[in-house]
Design a protein around this ligand. Sequence first.
Ligand code: SF4
Ligand code: SF4
Length: 85
Amino acid sequence: MTDTIFHCTQCGLCCRHIDRVPQLAEFDLGNGTCRHLKGNLCDIYDHRPEICQVDHMYEVYFKDKYTKEEFYKLNEEVCHLLQQK
Ligand code: SF4
Ligand code: SF4
């Protein structure tokens, strides 16, 4: 069975490491944390930038390159790297 669910654990770590994401530079508090992170949740979730939307990014930029399963897996690998730090 194909696994097409993105397994976000809401650890919030991606939102605490935005210093390498040029599209989010204006949101960086100066320590890599996004000003919109409240607890581990995004306070502009419904209007968050496209770079923060995994499904949107897939549909617009990556669907010709990867299957959705592959794209989720690549993203989840980054999550795991952050979680191992
Ligand atoms: S690092 Fe991954 S698991 Fe953690 S909040 Fe971000 S997307 Fe979800
Ligand atoms: S806008 Fe929201 S989802 Fe995007 S990095 Fe900031 S807190 Fe995270």
